[in-house]
Design a protein around this ligand. Structure first.
Ligand SMILES: [Zn+2]
Length: 342
């Protein structure tokens, strides 16, 4: 298999607490004591961490069957109290902001302070009110090739780092990269941190009945087991931050609930002075979120953090905190996935 070297670029020095490299993720996982760490894909060393775990029997039926029955709750053997929240980061390895956020959440959950040594009692209290399943990095292959952050990176360079570079030196680009499945690695000088080492995009390799990536299989198997009420997929982009509305291919109830949360998050960001895009439209994309919905009926949402927009490292982290506080506080008021209210 063709191997590639990490992308070379000179960037602003990151603070010590901005941990996003594979050995740093491993070290952070070793410190987990209150939660439980489980390797979910040994070949890629992908781990999940559980907090406030709950014993529950395996469902007698899978969600697609339960959903068509008179009792959709028959799938949900974990019950609704507390609700389950699954947070996954680094599906696109070039997008490290979510990875940094999840490692800080782990430290917060373990010690009451994040990796900066700062307390965030409101967030910690909210996190403790849910069953949590956290995957700090879903695409170690892409992460390994990618820089620690994207602050100060030009739009052109952003796409070279993320989606890669053809052999002739031209940039592959974002939407263009999706025309290849997998990306033909013999035709690139750098594959970008977007796909895994086989050139597959884990986010979009999700056609029911045939999954090509072990990563997507492992994430979805975990989702089916944990029965999350909210499946939150952390990504980042060069533009302003946005908690994206659910895609078109979803239950009407999930779309309504997701749109509410998206709107709330936008208002919270606007009040806090964080750069945020106005939520509008719905993506037609069929992706990992769609598959999680099909398997579990969960409310699946993607958060796109800005990689820059003039924010400091602290602000990049704190904008993740604000998004989580907004969403988790509202989840206590009203259930995330209205599985039996359709
Ligand atoms: Zn992404």
């Amino acid at each position: 298999m063709k191997s590639f070297k990490p992308y070379e670029i000179h960037l602003e020095k990151r603070p010590e607490w901005w941990k996003v490299r594979l050995p740093e993720i491993k070290e952070q996982l070793k410190l987990v004591q209150k939660g439980r760490v489980e390797t979910i894909l040994r070949s890629k060393e992908i781990s999940a961490v559980y907090y406030n775990e709950k014993e529950y029997p395996p469902p007698k039926v899978r969600w697609p069957t339960a959903a068509g029955s008179g009792n959709p709750d028959s799938f949900k053997t974990s019950g609704y109290e507390p609700q389950g929240v699954m947070i996954i980061a680094g599906v696109h390895g070039a997008e490290p902001e979510g990875v940094a956020a999840v490692l800080n959440l782990l430290q917060l959950l373990e010690t009451g302070k994040d990796l900066r040594g700062k307390e965030r009692p409101f967030l910690l209290d909210l996190l403790n009110r849910y069953r949590l399943t956290l995957i700090p990095c879903c695409n170690p292959d892409g992460r390994k090739l990618s820089p620690d952050h994207m602050k100060g990176v030009s739009p052109e360079e952003f796409h070279r780092i993320s989606q890669g570079v053809w052999l002739d030196g031209s940039t592959i680009g974002w939407a263009k990269s999706k025309e290849f499945f997998p990306l033909p690695l013999d035709k690139v000088s750098f594959p970008g941190g977007y796909p895994n080492r086989d050139g597959y995009n884990i986010m979009h390799d999700c056609a029911p009945g045939k999954l090509y990536t072990g990563e997507a299989k492992a994430i979805l198997a975990l989702a089916e087991k944990c029965q999350p009420d909210l499946f939150l997929n952390l990504h980042s982009q060069e533009h302003e931050s946005i908690l994206c509305r659910p895609g078109t291919f979803d239950y009407a109830g999930n779309i309504r609930r997701g749109n509410e949360l998206s709107e709330l998050n936008w208002a919270a960001f606007r009040n806090a002075g964080f750069p945020a895009s106005v939520p509008k439209g719905s993506s037609q994309s069929l992706n990992l979120n769609t598959a999680a919905v099909m398997l579990t009926g969960t409310l699946a949402m993607t958060y796109e953090s800005t990689t820059d927009c003039g924010l400091s490292f602290d602000q990049l982290l704190e904008s993740h905190y604000l998004m989580l506080e907004t969403v988790l506080a509202d989840g206590l008021r009203k259930r995330f996935a209205p599985r039996n209210e359709r």
